[in-house]
Design a protein around this ligand. Structure first.
Ligand code: AGP
Length: 614
């Protein structure tokens, strides 16, 4: 998720823009840039790394004074984080500067069209094609507003675009589709930004924009049109958040904000990865189909939550591809002298891409000539750089130490990998793969429905605030969810919590169960009845010993209701995909309980967001 600021008014634009970007540093980014309109030209600078790098460059080579400009902090999706890929991007003649947040799904055909027309594209980004297209339109004589509107109609995907035109110093033009953009309305000055934190020190009067709208700001005012050119209105509101709340989008914690970002994160992680027929296209995979057809074993490595995502992936990948799939803790993997050959595919799951244990594991795998594929949320980080191939999750920066949308999008990436392998190896028919893709496309809505009903779970946190130990039970793909639910409680509420495979209870753990011990039970969908009935038996076992059962079961599953002290309903989804919905109530519960206990939910004690030591 990038940070964007646009400004027009009496102040020096560079200062306003840079300060606005600084207010959004919390979002996480890997490069930054600024562009100004000065004396019929665009003056710009952009640098990989933190704002300090840009500040130094601007200090060494100051830009001219200007009162119209834009700025950007980039969270890389397409193209490594470096000076060339940093935003802003300019059109062919440098007349238009443009910045972007989101993913332009159809950038490849548009890039080809521009190159056929003689355009020289200097970066690896999807953004640059938009800069060239907008500049081509203004060069034909269209206003910047009209040019933006015409270009937006050609783009697929999720995007916020902001542009300036060297020949039109009095305006900044922006547009949005499925990506944040807000207008700050000042006195004789106006702002556009990806969130209000960028301008609330100047004005707290804002305009909320609708889908598929183009906004033009000048000193005198704000004009909005839709992508068809019809006049539209932004919805005025007053920002009463303080800066800290503004950085979290009004939520109390980054973690809670990130839990609520999951529907968009899932949708973004699906963007551009399948065609209308549901056939998959993982263009950044960089392992040939022949090599993938030769894979005879998969070993998934990861730590913590990433490891649990790998455990879920095992069920799906083995079912769809019939390839043996092992899942290992990274820090155990290389010390157990694993059997690796050129036909082994090692899949390294890591949100940060910097976890030392996982990095060491893939180095060992590559020394043994195995192929390595990274599933990672951080473009250009060490693990994908040292892998043969990568599937980037598009969750956006995850600030909270406890992983939520990172886990959710790791699941999406693992499912896409399994389906792609099945497609390439022919172990699943196209219609079977397309059916699963359609189910994945429904997931943002399913997760949103759980978030909308989150109050049920929040109330549960109040009732269980005094618990000293909590157990989590699951079967099949629900077992890793039980482990993840327990980890969230451990790392946030500092409560002893343990996840079990429900079938394991009678082999010892049931001795832990006594009166009122809270036990979360994740019940498989009824579609797989032998699993479902076994899970019901496990719930009866713990209930018979006095446990307080919190049962997560799909809508309409009444068989399990008699054994539930608390029932949390899940949307009906296929068994292999149920982890995506079952984990949400557990995330909300852990976040709420830790909040009620007065803990720092975003920075839990003893923990770091990325464990870069072994
Ligand atoms: C999960 O909430 C924790 N933050 C931790 O277990 C984390 O998942 C683990 O350290 C792996 O981190 P990575 O995904 O960045 O490699």
């Amino acid at each position: 998720m990038c940070g964007i600021v646009g400004y027009v008014g009496p102040q020096q634009a560079e200062g306003v823009v840079i300060e606005g970007l600084r207010r959004m540093e919390y979002r996480g980014y890997d490069s930054a840039g600024v562009a100004l309109v000065h004396d019929g030209e665009i003056a710009w600078d952009k640098r990989a790394g933190k704002l300090a790098n840009l500040d130094k460059s601007l200090g060494d080579q100051p830009l001219p004074k200007a009162t119209t400009g834009l700025g950007h902090t980039r969270w890389a999706t397409h193209g490594a984080p470096n000076d060339v890929n940093a935003h802003p991007h300019l059109g062919a003649t440098g007349r238009v500067a443009l910045v972007h947040n989101g993913i332009i799904e159809n950038f490849a055909p548009l890039r080809a069209e521009l190159e056929r027309a003689g355009h020289e594209l200097r970066s690896e980004t999807d953004t640059e094609i938009a800069a060239h297209l907008v500049e081509a339109a203004v060069t034909e004589g269209h206003s910047l507003t009209e040019a933006m509107r015409q270009v937006c109609r050609r783009l697929d995907g999720a995007f916020t675009l902001v542009a300036i035109d060297a020949h039109d110093p009095d305006r900044v033009v922006a547009a949005r589709r499925n990506s944040p953009l807000v207008v700050g309305v000042g006195e004789g000055e106006n702002f556009v930004a990806s969130d209000v934190a960028a301008f609330i020190e100047h004005t707290r009067d804002a305009l909320e924009l609708g889908q598929d709208q183009v906004v033009t700001i000048t000193r005198e005012g704000v004009e909005v049109v839709d992508f068809d050119g019809n006049p539209a209105e932004g919805k005025p509101y007053h920002v009463d958040w303080d800066l800290s709340a503004a950085e979290k989008g009004g939520y109390d914690w980054f973690m809670r904000k990130e839990i609520h970002e999951q529907p968009n994160a899932i949708a973004d992680s699906m963007l551009g990865r399948h065609d209308e027929q549901g056939a998959l296209q993982l263009d950044e995979l960089r392992i040939s189909e022949d090599e993938l057809r030769g894979v005879d074993k998969i070993i998934i490595v990861g730590c913590g939550t990433a490891f649990y995502a790998g455990l879920v992936a095992k069920y799906a990948i083995e079912h769809w591809t019939r390839i043996p799939c092992e899942v290992e803790l990274s820090h155990e993997f290389r010390y157990r002298d694993p059997i690796l050959t050129r036909d082994t595919l090692v899949v390294a799951i890591s949100q940060s891409g910097e976890t030392a244990d996982t990095l060491m594991a893939i180095r060992h795998a590559r020394e043994q000539r195995a192929k390595v594929l990274a599933i990672c949320n951080t473009n250009g980080s060490t693990i994908p750089r040292e892998s043969d191939a990568v599937i980037y999750t598009h969750a956006g920066p995850e600030i909270g130490v406890a992983s939520t949308k990172g886990f959710m999008t790791q699941l999406v990436a693992c499912y896409l990998l399994g389906l792609y392998l099945a497609q390439v190896r022919g172990t699943r028919w196209g219609d079977e793969i397309a059916a699963v893709v359609r189910e994945l496309e429904q997931m943002p809505g399913h997760v949103q429905s759980l978030l909308d009903r989150g109050d049920e779970v929040l109330a549960l946190a109040e009732n269980l605030a005094d618990a000293r130990s909590v157990l989590f039970l699951g079967r099949h793909a629900g077992f890793p969810v039980a482990l993840e639910g327990a980890l969230k409680l451990k790392e946030l509420a500092y409560i002893h919590a343990e996840g079990f495979a429900a079938g394991e209870l009678k082999h010892g753990p049931i001795a832990l169960v006594e009166k009122d011990v809270p036990v979360f039970c994740i019940v498989p969908p009824q579609g797989r009845d032998f699993l479902h009935d076994k899970m019901v038996s496990g719930i009866q076992e713990v209930r018979a010993r006095g446990a307080r059962t919190i049962v997560l079961a799909e809508e309409g599953d009444d068989d399990v209701a008699p054994y539930a002290d608390v029932m949390v309903r899940l949307p009906k989804v296929p068994t292999l995909l149920q982890p995506m919905v079952a984990v949400v109530p557990l995330q909300l519960f852990a976040c709420e309980l830790a909040t009620r206990m007065g803990h720092d939910v975003d920075q839990p004690r003893n923990l770091a967001k990325s464990v870069t030591v072994e």
